[in-house]
Design a protein. Structure first.
Length: 273
């Protein structure tokens, strides 16, 4: 298995450039960053984890800006979104951001996507929460058209544009792998359609059975990156389940505390290996 980090990059934690360097120096292969554009003050949507919404949700940096900073000071680190909230993003703009990051990083992008959970946040972007799945599907399909065609157009219920030119095109062909977050049946269908990878969360029950199900439905050995694993994660069980990459969750802390935590996690990986 490979080992990476999933985290919330905020204005109160270590900077993304120093984080990227620290990961590569310690042998981690990937950095996946969470996204929230804002948190509505209404707070009508309950936090799935229970209790108060953690402070990090309010303060996330834009993931593509942070990943670009990390790309500039690393050579091999995989740069992932975990997850990009496509129900809150314009597909034409996001297609350019992903392609631009893939270009400047030399083809190191993994585009992790999901529909999200914060209904208040979605509504502020003009998204009907009840239609977010269909909206996300069309936006991803439209982005694939932009990435893979010199002259791209898309005509759907939620996304509609006549022929357009958009560069750069991604370095990776046909485009950066699209990793789908979520453990629902529709998520499995998206993995099969988008042909990239699966991004389940640590703690998912019957993980081995679900990995097998995802791969059977897709018809090929879909890569699986397990998101937000704890420091005491059962790595042997993950390997037996068919997981390809474990993304340890890195708490958002100032520089020194973050580097100390990374040293601890690197030790966990060394003992496993």
């Amino acid at each position: 298995m490979k080992f990476g980090i999933s985290t919330f990059n905020t204005d109160e934690g270590i900077g993304p450039a120093e984080l990227g360097r620290a990961l590569e120096e310690r042998g981690f292969d990937a950095l996946f960053l969470a996204e929230h554009t804002h948190i509505p003050a209404s707070r009508e949507t309950p936090y799935p984890g229970g209790g108060d919404l953690p402070r990090i949700y309010y303060r996330t940096l834009d993931p593509f800006i942070s990943l670009t900073a990390a790309a500039a000071v690393t050579e091999n680190l995989v740069l992932g979104t975990g997850i990009a909230l496509m129900v809150q993003r314009d597909p034409i703009t996001t297609a350019k951001e992903v392609a631009s990051l893939d270009l400047v990083s030399g083809g190191r992008v993994v585009f992790g996507i999901g529909a999200g959970w914060n209904r208040d946040e979605m509504r502020n972007h003009g998204t009907d929460p009840g239609r977010r799945g269909a909206l996300m599907d069309e936006r991803i399909r439209a982005m694939r058209e932009i990435w893979t065609n010199e002259l791209a157009e898309f005509h759907g219920e939620h996304v509609d544009f006549d022929p357009v030119y958009s560069w750069p095109k991604p370095v990776q062909h046909p485009h950066p792998p699209i990793y789908v977050g979520g453990e629902s049946e529709r998520s499995f269908d998206r993995v099969a359609e988008y042909g990239g990878g699966w991004l389940p969360r640590a703690g998912t029950e019957n993980l081995g059975e679900l990995v097998e199900k995802v791969r059977e439905r897709a018809g090929w050995r879909v890569p699986v990156s397990l998101y937000a694993a704890p420091k005491d994660a059962p790595l042997e069980e993950y390997a037996a389940a068919g997981v390809d990459r474990v993304l340890f969750f890195l708490p958002t802390k100032p520089r020194d505390a973050t580097l100390e935590r990374l040293d601890l996690l690197a030790g966990v990986v060394d003992r496993y290996r």
